[in-house]
Design a protein around this ligand. Structure first.
Ligand SMILES: NC(=O)c1ccc[n+]([C@@H]2O[C@H](COP(=O)([O-])OP(=O)(O)OC[C@H]3O[C@@H](n4cnc5c(N)ncnc54)[C@H](OP(=O)(O)O)[C@@H]3O)[C@@H](O)[C@H]2O)c1
Length: 262
């Protein structure tokens, strides 16, 4: 299916690994010029070079710690300077650790809030006004099913993701009159470096092996397996396209049927 994205520009946060990297690659395959943002500059440079080589699209690397407002602002300015106006924002960088209330100090809460809630909001606050002025734009927030299926041993992630489900709908209503569409995507378990970390942390919490922890997670998925980053990136590319021009203000689960709620 021709998505008609050729010539668009995008910022993908957390684009050096996992889901974000797959999204950056997929958008680049569709002819989108992409800026990827993450902390580890050498990993980011390698990802940008590989994506550009594989797709012949422009992919620039902008190192920044998105928990830091000043670094985030500088990164968004660098993306605009490097690519011109930005049509698509994919908010994806997240790193909330597993943990229960008793074992989660304020610093962990604040880091997670600063990266995922404040980071997503700040990127959108900078990039949506020019999109609205041009009357075309997309914001895709990669959130997580814990936002509506909270778990006691992922209490910070559950609370932050729940706030992003609401943020997505409010921002969508704000931006819809200017044809800037805002959608949340809730992955279930997806095979990324983060998933391995989450499994190891969950196994330690439950006092069982990583294999047993992974099996328990898979058992919660109707399709009986962990998903792939590419399965997420296909959905995101579609949502960025004009084929999805009537989709906004909603949160879409991509979780192999693992979330059952009305
Ligand atoms: N994988 C899953 O099963 C799953 C399920 C539900 C939701 N999600 C969500 O999907 C998103 C991506 O997850 P993933 O599994 O692809 O994670 P991942 O493999 O750990 O990749 C995370 C990316 O974010 C970047 N990042 C982390 N902290 C950052 C910071 N402070 N500033 C800038 N960049 C930062 C990382 O690069 P650096 O470390 O170099 O900064 C990396 O590029 C996250 O929001 C996650 O919560 C994932």
């Amino acid at each position: 299916m021709e998505l008609g994205l050729r010539g668009r520009t995008a910022v993908v946060t957390g684009g050096s690994l996992g889901i974000g990297r797959a999204i950056a690659r997929k958008l680049a395959q569709e002819g989108v010029a992409v800026a990827i943002v993450a902390r580890d500059a050498s990993r980011l440079d390698a990802a940008a070079a590989e994506i550009a080589r594989e797709t012949n699209a422009r992919c620039i690397a902008i190192p920044a710690d998105l928990t830091d407002a000043a670094q985030l602002e500088a990164a968004m300015a660098a993306a605009q300077a490097g690519l011109g106006s930005i049509d698509i924002l994919v908010n994806n960088a997240g790193a909330t650790p597993m943990g229960r209330i008793g074992g989660t100090p304020d610093e962990v809460w604040m880091k997670s809030i600063n990266l995922k809630l404040m980071g997503y909001m700040r990127c959108a606050r900078i990039l949506t006004p020019p999109m609205r002025a041009r009357r075309w734009g997309r914001v895709i927030n990669i959130i997580g099913r814990s936002g509506h299926q909270p778990r006691p041993n992922y209490i910070t992630g559950s609370a932050v993701n729940a706030s992003l489900l609401s943020f997505t709908l409010a921002l969508a209503a704000e931006c819809a009159p200017d044809n800037v569409l805002v959608t949340g995507v809730n992955p279930g378990p997806i095979a990324t470096p983060r998933w391995d970390t989450v499994v190891a942390q969950g196994a330690a919490d439950m006092g069982r092996s990583a294999e047993a922890e992974n099996a328990a997670a898979v058992a919660s998925v109707a399709l009986g397996r962990v998903g792939t980053p590419e399965e997420c990136s296909g959905l995101v590319a579609f949502l960025c396209s004009d084929r999805a021009g009537f989709i906004t203000g909603t949160n879409i689960d991509i979780d192999g049927g693992g979330t059952r709620c009305i």
